[in-house]
Design a binder for this molecule. Structure first.
Ligand code: FAD
Length: 457
């Protein structure tokens, strides 16, 4: 009987386990996870912090799921080494577990910026885990204002959580725009405008010079512009770094992440990697980041890895590589190459940006073919554009009505609805029997939505 071992009980790990079990009812599946919770929906953490949802809505799987599917789950156990010659993983307590095939789905950890005084204090927060969320909820009870610094997606998520909890939030941006991996300056300006309307203060090209700490608690920060900003909570967030420390000496090749081919296979023929920890060896366009944090991508990669672990030949296709989220209720989606830095790309933006409209949409073309898109504030046509990019369509082949609706501000008819999950952008399967007011849960990220008339069109 084959033994499959999975490191990490996040979305990549759980999707792989489900896929393996679907393909093979008899094999042995073991999962090792250093957090102490069953699988939960990380994208829901900001809503949990703000009290919009309770803890019960976070769970993607209850403990019974593992028993029912005959999956052995070791919670609160950290993998410290892999011995690929002996096909075994070694845990912190020196227990060893043998495998026939191994999936590394260990995600990443938030890298912390360091400032003078930042090592002193427990009021510095980040938001990656349920425990982080519980810590923030506790601190919010006695806080009025927060400062957040960083420029990545996770900084935006933390800002959302703190602002939605009723705190006054100041966002310090060391660079000149938000989420630079996917956003150009115009897109960032639109998002900034919308965040400012909601009351979030944003400061460009501003870093922290030092922390103001009294009685071992944060009282504020002094910025590089010598401004004192008072706060009781300080969020310091940098990029997510793949968790790969336990691979030292394993023989598994790494770059910025664990290097995998499109079968999610590493250089070792029975070791796979998927999700935030994995780095694709090749991407169809060089401008698509080879490593990026995305729920739906991790879900799909877990599915591909799980399928291949049972002997199939599944491949992960990154062509429409979608990054999507909702920040303070504002929809954002980037598809494929959304922010090319090289020359040789053509950008189509129609009437955007427009001084009176806080929406932004663009298409990115290479030699006439649509290779990317970006939507801020209104993502109605995103579903159709995913198809355009997947089918490698020329700009000239796109339905004229779709282009008009996307780019012509005077064109108001909206025939291209479809429905993408507002958080992870999975194309949501809505049953033909569904009625307005029914509830639907996204099978990928777990957000619960009420069916509206528009979703049924
Ligand atoms: C607050 C927040 C909001 C987000 N919102 C969105 C969103 O709106 N849209 C979107 O697309 N993405 C979002 N993301 C990103 C998304 O959650 C990640 O891309 C996704 O969780 C990656 O899944 P994964 O399975 O690769 O890794 P993870 O979910 O990180 O799971 C990896 C697991 O492995 C465990 N692990 C690590 N090392 C070890 C070890 N040595 N031994 C044992 N276990 C180990 C970790 O504890 C972790 O539980 C959000 C993330 C956060 C934190």
């Amino acid at each position: 009987m084959a033994e499959h071992v999975i490191i990490g009980n996040g979305v990549a790990g759980i999707k792989a386990a489900e896929t393996i079990r679907e393909d093979d009812g008899d094999c042995k599946i073991t999962m090792v996870e250093d957090e102490v919770y069953p699988f939960y929906y990380r994208p829901q953490l900001p809503r949990f912090v703000s009290g919009e949802i309770d803890e019960g809505r976070l769970w993607g799987k209850k403990k019974g799921f593992y028993e029912k599917n005959n999956i052995t789950l070791h919670l609160g156990k950290k993998v410290t080494r892999i011995n690929s010659d002996r096909n075994e993983i070694i845990l912190e307590d020196e227990t060893t577990i043998n495998y026939d095939s191994l999936l590394i789905a260990a995600g990443g950890s938030i890298k912390k910026r360091r400032y003078p005084g930042s090592e002193l204090n427990g009021d510095i927060v980040e938001l990656k885990t349920i425990d982080d969320a519980k810590n923030i909820r506790e601190k919010i009870k006695s806080a009025k204002s927060a400062v957040v610094i960083g420029e990545d997606f996770l900084t935006l998520s933390l800002t959302d959580a703190l602002h939605s909890s009723g705190l006054e939030v100041t966002y310090l941006m060391p660079g000149d725009r938000l989420w630079p991996e996917i956003m150009d300056k115009d897109a960032s300006s639109i998002l900034e405008l919308k965040l400012k309307e909601k009351g979030i203060k944003i400061k460009h090209k501003t870093d922290i010079k030092e922390l103001v700490i009294k009685n071992k608690t944060v009282q504020g920060v002094i910025t590089t512009n010598d401004e004192l900003i008072n706060c009781q909570i300080l969020g310091i967030v940098d990029k997510l770094q793949p968790n790969m420390g336990f691979l030292n000496g394993s023989g598994v090749n790494t770059g910025n992440g664990i290097l995998v081919n499109d079968k999610m296979l590493t250089n070792v023929d029975n070791i796979y990697a998927a999700g935030d920890v994995a780095q694709l060896l090749t991407t169809i366009h060089n401008e698509i980041p080879k490593i990026n944090i995305r729920w739906l991508k991790a879900w799909k990669q877990g599915q591909v890895a799980g399928s291949n672990m049972t002997g199939n030949e599944a491949e992960y296709d990154d062509i429409a590589c979608i990054s999507s989220t909702q920040i303070c209720g504002i929809d954002l989606i980037s598809i494929g190459v959304s922010n090319p830095l090289d020359e040789g790309y053509k950008i189509m933006r129609g009437d955007y940006p427009h001084p009176e409209i806080d929406v932004y949409k663009k298409l990115v073309l290479k030699n006439g073919t649509v290779v990317g898109a970006l939507f801020v504030g209104n993502v109605l046509e995103a579903r159709e554009i995913v198809k355009v990019i997947k089918n490698k369509m020329d700009y000239s082949e796109i339905d004229e009505t779709l282009l008009k609706q996307m780019f012509d501000l005077n064109y108001r008819i909206s025939p291209f609805h479809g429905f993408l999950c507002p958080v992870c952008k999975l194309d949501l399967p809505i049953s033909p029997d569904a009625k307005v007011g029914d509830k639907i849960t996204c099978p990928a990220c777990g957000i619960e939505l009420k069916i509206t008339e528009r979703m049924l069109k």
